[in-house]
Ligand binder design. Structure first.
Ligand SMILES: Nc1ncnc2c1ncn2[C@@H]1O[C@H](COP(=O)(O)OP(=O)(O)O)[C@@H](O)[C@H]1O
Ligand SMILES: [Mg+2]
Length: 335
């Protein structure tokens, strides 16, 4: 199981967007994936079509962390539950009441008319899903996925005979009790503990809050890799330097190995000389740690998130290009 934190000390640079793009790439590739939404704003949960029920969110189980307890709150993303290709979608206008800050519905020139309804997406607890078995430890053996998929298939007929696994540990404001700058070493173990023994997934993506508080640090402590998201702007480059320095210093306690770090450049515009300058600066500062390819500034991203759809299923050239970029980045992460 590969655990990857998506981090940045700055808000609004695209942490949740990168998390969602990678989750979409994993879904497309059939990689059983869990997205943990550590940000109290819960944007990733919203875009993945889930909303936490009281006490069924990541903040609640982190209060008294028990081994493997994340499985108690994971729910399937609506991306896996709805017919999600334009050919199979039924007309249902997605509610954007909760969805991101795009403020627009999903209907665009070439946008599908159907999609996940954020407002109606329900959170299903594990009592309702056949995910509580104890799958084997061999990650190349997808027996856990097969069991889950087989049972779901019987209850929810879909065009595809095999249901991919994309689960969410939903976020909510309740995780803000850990969004604090003072913490003890035991706090940093909280996330690691609730993930212990969980082997249903090949990939875990953690969407972090824009801070260096206990939440972000417990994510790093549990992770094999940390991706720092940067925009090609002066302030974001400065924020990335601080983030990367903080990751490098993370082994001070000697309790954790420093997770491997990378920098993802998001919202790049080729036609903008300031961006080219800042991208060159990021390469100079971080060399091989800069992940290829960069993610362009693409307005369709906001439309896709507003509709709570995966980018890999959205039609049009811009979405296809974005999807290919996220798939390439995911491949690099998993090798
Ligand atoms: N590559 C991109 N192209 C266009 N809009 C983007 C891109 N990346 C992010 N955005 C938009 O920018 C805003 C902030 O992104 P978000 O992922 O929420 O950042 P963060 O999680 O770091 O706060 C959102 O409205 C999102 O849709
Ligand atoms: Mg976010």
């Amino acid at each position: 199981m590969q655990i990857v934190s998506i981090s940045s000390l700055k808000g609004g640079v695209g942490k949740s967007s990168v998390t969602l793009g990678l989750a979409s790439a994993a879904l497309e590739a059939g990689i059983p994936t869990l997205v943990i939404d550590l940000d109290p704003h819960a944007d990733a949960s919203t875009a993945l079509g889930v909303r936490a029920q009281p006490s069924q969110d990541i903040g609640s189980i982190l209060r008294k962390p028990k081994k493997g307890a994340v499985s108690k709150i994971t729910v399937p993303s609506s991306w896996t539950k709805h017919p999600i290709t334009p050919e199979t979608s039924t007309p249902a206008i997605a509610s954007t009441a909760q969805a991101s800050d795009s403020g627009h519905g999903p209907v665009g020139d070439d946008a599908p008319t159907g999609g996940a309804s954020v407002g109606s997406a329900s959170v299903v607890t594990n009592a309702d899903t056949p995910t509580s078995g104890a799958p084997g430890r061999d990650h190349s053996n997808k027996s856990s996925g097969a069991t889950t998929e087989g049972t779901e298939q019987a209850t929810t007929p879909q065009n595809s005979p095999v249901r991919p696994v994309l689960d969410v540990a939903p976020g909510s404001a309740s995780s803000s009790h850990l969004d604090r700058s003072t913490f003890k070493v035991k706090d940093l173990k909280r996330l690691e503990t609730i993930l212990q023994g969980v082997d249903k997934y090949e990939l875990v993506l953690i969407d972090c809050p824009p801070s260096l508080t206990a939440l972000t640090r417990m994510a790093w402590a549990a992770s094999h890799k940390v991706l720092s998201v940067a925009e090609p702007s002066l302030f974001s480059v400065a924020g990335t330097k601080r983030t990367m320095t903080a990751i490098a210093q993370f082994d001070v306690s000697k309790l954790w190995a420093v997770p491997a770090a990378g920098v993802i450049i998001n919202r790049a515009r080729e036609d903008f000389s300031e961006h080219s300058h800042r991208i060159a600066e990021l390469h100079e500062l971080f060399g091989d740690l800069v992940v290829q390819p960069t993610i362009p500034d693409a307005p369709v991203m906001q439309q896709i998130q507003g509709a709570a759809w995966p980018v890999h299923k959205w039609p049009g050239e811009q979405a296809t290009d974005l999807a290919a970029r996220f798939s390439t980045i995911l491949n690099g992460l998993l090798t």
